[in-house]
Write a protein that binds this ligand. Structure first.
Ligand code: PGA
Ligand code: ZN
Length: 409
């Protein structure tokens, strides 16, 4: 049973302040949960509670007082009741009173403490005996949009090491591509431009989408992985959509012209994955694009914000074949599990994802394995807050002899 819930104001990977929660039981078991933070957030996400100066001292105060008082005595094994208590305590539809950052950090801390109290790995506690695979990584190795200082409008250029026998081999292949990419940038633009964006990808001084795709596809080919490694993009298109126009590659595109834009790119490059190609309200064009791109997993992130209400709409309209899952977009793990169940029931591919502002906690790796997601998206194979997740899956793969999902997809 819960003896104490305590908050901390800690730092995230951008040096911003964020929430950590520690839960302690009367049996002396204790573990923590962290709230990550997005930069290109969907407008329908759970709201973070922040002080005027960007700190989270008010959130910590709420955790130490109200949350601590309300959760006292609960069994840590009763995740649903605890999450429901948090939802009730907040009382709003978007967690704006006590903050989605306080609720998600608490919810994660509870789950981790519960696993520990049973002596189980987090992923085993989440998934039980159905766990057989580890997911395919989506590695964002070239950054643009709000995550970088360059002029690229597309936010993320991704490599997908699918055709490998193990997660470890897939990851190591990706590091060769990542290193080759840095060499190519040094050759073409100078070493100055190999500096990294928020998610650990390079951020060279490019403006056009095709230049970035050329660069990463060249790196894939030169390392000998063409045919084994596919490409992906997160356009995060709400961020370059204004007054019904998408401004990209030095041109203005109407929403309908953007459909053709993506279809051409998918004809020129092996694009397996395409996230948020349109603004977050355009369920119809997502659907048109998905029907045209049979081999590409069109995916909603800002479109759905891990909220069943919007996923239902996407299912009805056949908007996408994939969905991002970010627990802090909705605010509790129980709601996250419900969301994943709805996606799976409707054969929507599940992509468990980090945020651009992360901590060193590797929990989402266990979450991805536990719910048997198809993919995990957690940045470049570099920088501790990204590698902690990949390294955790390497550990799980070896310790439990799980299969790699790459060739099964
Ligand atoms: P964010 O970006 O964490 O800054 O919102 C990640 C994404 O859009 O997938
Ligand atoms: Zn996204």
């Amino acid at each position: 049973r819960i003896r104490k819930v305590k908050g901390y104001q800690i730092l995230d990977s951008r040096g911003n302040r964020t929430v950590r929660v520690r839960v302690e039981t009367y049996g002396g078991i204790s573990d923590f949960g962290d709230a990550p933070a997005g930069a290109s957030k969907g407008t329908r996400e759970a709201v973070e509670l922040r002080d005027k100066d960007g700190g989270v001292t008010e959130a910590v105060r709420i955790i130490d007082s109200v949350i601590n008082d309300s959760l006292h005595g609960f069994s840590v094994l009763d995740q649903l009741a605890i999450d429901q208590a948090l939802i009730k305590l907040d009382g709003t539809s978007n967690k704006s009173r006590i903050g989605g950052n306080t609720t998600i950090a608490t919810s994660i801390a509870v789950l981790k403490t519960a696993s520990k109290s049973l002596g189980l790995e987090y992923f085993k506690y989440i998934g039980g005996p159905r766990v057989r695979y580890v997911p395919i990584p989506l590695l964002n190795i070239l950054n643009g949009g709000l995550h970088a200082g360059n002029m690229l409008k597309i936010q993320e250029f991704i490599v997908i090491p699918k055709e490998f026998d193990t997660f470890s081999e897939a990851l190591i292949a990706s590091t060769s591509i990542y290193k080759r990419l840095k060499e190519l940038i040094t050759e073409r633009y100078g070493k100055l431009y190999t500096a990294l964006g928020d998610e650990g990808g390079v951020a060279p001084p490019l403006e056009k989408t095709r230049d970035a795709l050329d660069l990463i596809y060249t790196a894939v080919k030169q390392t000998g992985y063409d045919g084994q490694v596919y490409l992906g993009m997160d356009a995060a298109a709400s961020d370059f959509f204004k007054d019904d126009v998408y401004e990209i590659d030095g041109r203005r595109y109407s929403p309908d012209e953007m459909i053709d834009y993506y279809v051409s790119l998918a004809n020129e490059y092996p694009i397996l994955y395409l996230e948020d190609p349109f603004n977050e309200n355009d369920f119809e064009r997502f659907s048109i694009l998905q029907s045209k791109l049979k081999k590409t997993i069109v995916t909603g992130d800002d479109l759905y914000t891990t909220n069943v209400e919007y996923l239902k709409k996407g299912i009805e309209k056949k908007s996408t074949s994939g969905t991002i899952v970010k627990p802090n977009q909705i605010g509790t793990l129980s709601e996250t599990f419900d969301y994943i169940e709805l996606a799976k029931k409707n054969s929507i591919k599940v992509i468990v994802s980090h945020r651009s502002g992360e901590t060193e906690d590797s929990f989402i790796a266990d979450l991805a394995v536990g719910v048997q997601s198809d993919f995990i998206k957690t940045g470049a194979p570099a920088r501790g807050e990204r590698t902690s997740k990949y390294n955790r899956i390497i550990e799980i793969e070896r310790d439990y002899g799980l299969e790699y999902y790459g060739k099964k997809l």
